[in-house]
Design a protein around this ligand. Structure first.
Ligand code: PSU
Ligand code: MN
Length: 306
């Protein structure tokens, strides 16, 4: 890893909360390995980020991936920007969310990061009896210059408000190869993309230009879930609404809410959401690998390869 960083080889950071909190075993460890393989096949080096015994690890070996994936429920801490110091002090395993992974990637000089879906503005965050539940992922995108590849904000969120928030905070949102924001489990969300790149090479030119401007912010690239694993938009909507109503009835809130909703949607869709989620994560990793290769050697120092 250190050699890859020093040689400015293309590297893609991967987060670990989707392993510990986002997906059941054994699909979680399978998708973690498949994502790393997809990044290698694209010609880049994967760096899965997690926290163990007071240290931020950038690049996990297979044993560490397995340990994170098989840890009993509740024993892995979910580390985001506001909880990073506690995660480091507590010892043991912590998984990094998008915000914590972006912090680690930036500190290591890694410019490209792949995840499944980012956190965002939860439904009910504003308005009557507002929860103010807005993921720290959005603030991180506003302040940390890393390109994040995802399949759209997670379907459990308020997508229009999430896009408004990102626009206000100066984060470009670019859909690759389609004119709607991908709908996470579904290929489309019905919401027009703020910006569109025809393909990965155009996306790489936009990322290079954005990072070269040194605005301080990150950039969000959205790629649709592969068609074969996608859920129909109507099925996604029904399962999400059902799960959110159940969460409200059960008083679930705070950092526990997102993992709880993902697990409930998996039950409601009889596992179809897990198949979509793993397929989109692996696809995001592949696209991020190609993007990192297109950006090499260093988006801050040079132009992307033609
Ligand atoms: N993408 C997935 N599954 C996940 C997540 C993303 O496909 O579990 C995680 C990411 O780590 C993201 C986090 O940062 O969910 C958001 O949590 P919250 O809404 O509590 O900020
Ligand atoms: Mn939250």
């Amino acid at each position: 890893m250190i050699e890859a960083i020093a040689a400015h080889r293309p590297i893609v950071a991967l987060e670990s909360t989707l392993i510990s909190h986002g997906l059941p075993y054994p699909q979680n460890v399978a998708v973690a390995r498949a994502s790393e393989a997809a990044i290698r096949a694209a010609g880049a080096t994967p760096a899965t980020v997690a926290i163990h015994a007071g240290r931020i690890l950038i690049g996990l070996d297979d044993g560490a991936l397995e340990a994170l994936a098989t840890a009993p429920a509740g024993t892995v801490f979910k580390a985001a920007r506001p909880s990073l110091a506690v995660a480091l002090t507590a010892g043991g395993w912590a998984a990094t969310t998008v915000s914590a992974t972006m912090i680690a990637a930036d500190a290591a000089g890694i410019r490209v990061f792949a995840t499944g879906g980012i956190g965002g503005v939860h439904r009910g965050a504003f308005g009557a009896s507002a929860t103010l539940d807005v993921s720290s992922d959005l603030e991180e995108l506003a302040r940390t210059p890393v390109a994040v590849v995802c399949a759209g904000p997670k379907a459990i969120l308020d997508l229009p408000l999430t896009l408004e928030y990102l626009e206000t905070r100066g984060v470009p949102v670019v859909a690759i190869g389609q004119d709607e924001v991908p709908g996470f489990y579904a290929t489309s969300s019905g919401v027009p993309a703020p910006h569109i790149a025809a393909d990965i090479s155009e996306a790489a030119r936009i990322v290079a230009a954005h990072l070269e401007l040194e605005l301080g912010s990150g950039i969000l690239l959205c790629v649709a879930v592969p068609q074969a694993a996608a859920l129909p938009q109507a099925e996604t909507k029904a399962a999400v609404e059902h799960a959110i109503a159940d969460a409200q009835a059960g008083g679930i809130h705070g950092p526990a809410l997102t993992p709880w909703l993902l697990a409930r949607i998996a039950e409601l869709t009889d596992g179809a959401s897990v198949r979509a989620n793993t397929a989109l994560i692996e696809n995001d990793a592949r696209v991020a690998g190609l993007l990192a290769v297109a950006l090499a050697p260093d988006p801050r120092a040079g132009q992307p390869r033609p």
